[in-house]
Design a protein around this ligand. Sequence first.
Ligand code: ZN
Length: 169
Amino acid sequence: MTSPIQKNLVEKNAGYASHFTKGDLALPPAKHYLILTCMDARIDPAAAFGIDLGDAHVIRNAGASARDGQRSIIISEQLLGTKEIILIKHTGCGMLTFSNEDAHGLVKKNLGPSAAVEIATLDFLPFSNLEDAVREDIAYLRKSATVPEDVVISGWIYEVETGKVRQVV
Ligand code: ZN
């Protein structure tokens, strides 16, 4: 059965593919950088951050977590040659609204004891202060042995209310 979401995908993709002309781009990002941002539905990275197709890696997860993004960051840098990290968290982030205890409690309540055991050691990486969280993630990346010294790193906040970005660090 095709869900309405799948139907939308097929229809919109047909339109997109009908005038697609960039099938010959190289695999490594042409501008050698990566953007790590949140999965929040209100963020359109390509439009808001000026990324043309083929230019950059865009890594997304809940909260734009550097720890959660580490696997992709290493692949981006070591296998695909990126040399700059732009980390962008955002106002109104869901990660500001719960604690690890809340999330674990919710899993146990909604999904049962087996699920709770399965994720017993999982850190959901919530945070309580947006700017501090940006600084902490940047500090984490700067001191990580997995990020070479010459990689340029900066931390930003995107405002979902205005569409503007501002640099934190
Ligand atoms: Zn978010």
